[in-house]
Design a protein around this ligand. Structure first.
Ligand SMILES: Nc1ncnc2c1ncn2[C@@H]1O[C@H](COP(=O)(O)OP(=O)(O)OP(=O)(O)O)[C@@H](O)[C@H]1O
Ligand SMILES: [Mg+2]
Length: 446
């Protein structure tokens, strides 16, 4: 088990043929004014996939790496595994700087999205594969018995396909067998050991892939969206199983997903990535309650947080059209400098309530109702006629309502905001504004 430390990690890819920088949303990293020779043009048009990644994953921690498609999650895992060279930075596993080490010397096991099982090998052999490839040193072979060792290996190979009673087990093979069976028991796949991957369901294949990683007993597990091919029920089950296993084994784990529910339920901490940069690293509930910026606020939570532009008037009034709300006192200081300016107000669907007509409530019209059984989510359109010159008149707000509250499409409603649950974001930087002392550990210093 070991801590993993990423220091200023950068990754760029050369531009793909026929592709221009315009197709990427990020600015080039190394464009110097006046440079126009071919090499610099090439450098400037590199695809900068990861930028200045600094992250520490503690020994035994379950870190979830989450972010939208294409933000660089798989690339980061591949850098840690050694499957891809870095453009810059350092990666430490425990006390070892692994930048130059090949994948197999890093003591890291990776589970890929598509399982990558060997199709011609049984489940047993798939799990045993990594163990059998371990260097002989681990079996402490002395010079004198090299010959008998070769003969032994031969016997193992020749008798491998025979029934168990007729097979020859070397010391190493006995250890492998023990390990394979204990992992199979842990993952409840003992009865599948003689099958080929094509004879398994998706969920079973997934467990075999996990088994193969676990059997190696590595210092670090890297898992790249390992559940994405499973149906919803199996996904939930396997999710719980992975978390339980990780707690049992205590192996440092980096788990990639783009599913925010998976991130919230599995991780000790979550690192959110967007456009190749870390946005925030924090335990799940801290991310939910104190998102560092608008991106995090929108990404974590389903349905996402609602955003409404409001005008702020010191000491603590916000307005928009006829809407006027006095904020709790603790906002005074933090918002002082925005007097007379527009702010982005953020409020989660569960912190909006259907209420009565009042200037402190927002008027809206119901557009869509989704009944989930335990809750309903109602999409509404704000009805503030002169909402900043009409720009935001079509703003949609999602509201969670109790399942027994019948809501009709087209109904006019008034939404009240829970004042203590209001978030504010700077309209330019989109960074969260935190009222003093409201967060246990402010992730971003302003
Ligand atoms: N070998 C490569 N050459 C050039 N660009 C690449 C290469 N591999 C990945 N990229 C680009 O790097 C970016 C990040 O890719 P990556 O696979 O890490 O994303 P991801 O976050 O894992 O996305 P997803 O959730 O869809 O799996 C993408 O824009 C991708 O097109
Ligand atoms: Mg990926």
């Amino acid at each position: 088990m070991a801590q993993v430390l990423l220091e200023n990690v950068y990754k760029s890819f050369p531009p793909r043929k026929g592709e221009s920088i315009a197709s990427h949303s990020q600015a080039p990293l190394t464009l110097t004014s006046g440079d126009n020779n071919d090499l610099n043009a090439h450098l400037a048009h590199k695809v900068n996939v990861l930028r200045r990644i600094n992250l520490t994953i503690a020994d035994g921690e379950f870190m979830v790496l989450v972010g939208p498609s294409g933000c660089g999650k798989s690339t980061l895992l591949r850098l840690i595994a050694g499957l891809e060279p870095m453009t810059g930075g350092n990666i430490w596993v425990g006390n070892n700087l692994v930048n130059q080490l090949p994948p197999k010397a890093r003591d890291i096991a990776m589970v890929f999205q598509n399982y990558a099982l060997y199709p011609h090998m049984t489940v047993y052999d798939n799990i045993a594969f990594g163990l059998r490839r371990r260097p002989q040193g681990e079996e402490k072979v002395t010079k004198g018995n090299n010959v008998s060792h070769v003969a032994e290996n031969l016997l193992v190979e020749v008798t491998r396909k025979l029934p168990k009673g007729l097979r020859y087990f070397s010391v190493k093979e006995r250890a492998v067998d023990e390990q394979v069976r204990s992992v199979a028991q842990l993952l409840q796949i003992e009865t599948l050991l003689n099958r080929l991957p094509k004879q398994l369901s998706g969920g079973q294949r997934q467990r075999v892939a996990l088994g193969r990683a676990i059997a190696r007993n590595p210092q670090v597990f890297l898992m790249d969206e390992p559940l994405s091919n499973l149906d919803a029920k199996l996904r939930t089950e396997t999710r719980a199983q992975i978390v339980k296993l990780q707690r049992q084994l205590g192996t440092t784990t980096i788990y990639v997903t783009h599913d925010q529910t998976e991130a919230m339920t599995m991780g000790d901490r979550i690192a959110i990535l967007n456009h190749g940069q870390i946005q925030q690293v924090a335990p799940p509930l801290e991310l939910y309650n104190y998102p560092a910026n608008r991106f995090v606020a929108e990404f974590i939570g389903s349905p996402p947080m609602n955003f409404i532009p409001v005008e702020f008037h010191s000491p603590r009034l916000i307005t928009n059209g006829d809407f006027r709300l006095t904020l709790p006192e603790y906002w005074e200081k933090a918002l002082q400098k925005y007097d007379g300016q527009t702010l982005i107000l953020g409020i989660r669907p569960e912190h909006l309530t259907l209420s009565v007509p009042a200037t402190k409530n927002l008027p809206a019209q119901v557009e869509l109702v989704e009944n989930l059984g335990n809750d309903s989510y109602v999409s509404t359109k704000l009805k503030i006629p002169d909402f900043f010159g009409g720009n935001f008149a079509s703003q949609t707000l999602q509201v969670r309502v109790p399942p027994d509250r019948f809501v009709r499409i087209g109904e006019e409603v008034w939404l009240s905001l829970t004042p203590e649950k209001i978030h504010f974001f700077d309209p330019e930087t989109e960074l969260a504004i935190f009222p003093k002392n409201s967060s246990p550990s402010l992730p971003f210093e302003k």
